[in-house]
Design a protein around this ligand. Sequence first.
Ligand code: HEM
Length: 144
Amino acid sequence: MDAESTQIDTDLLKKHLVEVAEHEAELTDHVYQSLFAKRPDAVELFGTYSRANQQKMTAETLGAVLNMLDQEHWLGEYVHAMGLRHQFSYETPTDMYAPYAEAMLEALAAVSGSAWTPELERAWKAALDRVNEMMTAAYVQTSH
Ligand code: HEM
């Protein structure tokens, strides 16, 4: 949770996050296009009218990154609860998190255009990987 320990450029990432958050709908379109191309088996996990949930998922992912950078103490429990919902309500396998982070990165690059840099890509990747780790750490072992 210590952003400095793995050298995420907090200022750079926050500034960019605020900018991309203005393009959330476009970001969501890119994320799911890219995720479903990588993992066609993810399509069936989402309901027919899941656009609102997809939008919420994008927003919550950005929110989790922001709150992580701000070292909000409650974030761990909050993400933990989302992780459990993903395991038990949405039946999301843990191996879908890496393709989701990749899809997010591609979407962020697409909406950023020429503002996208290798530094931003590194910072985003580190942050998204960490949120993914928090999500999947919540998963509990089951016998089936
Ligand atoms: C950083 C990782 C993720 C975050 C923060 C996140 C967050 C969310 C949120 C906030 C929702 C809306 C409902 C709720 O509040 O529980 C949601 C729904 C959902 N998420 Fe995620 N999610 C993540 C990763 C994933 C991945 C990797 C998958 C699978 C590819 C996935 C599949 C789903 C599904 C199937 C739903 C329900 C959609 C529906 O009912 O149509 N999520 N997610």
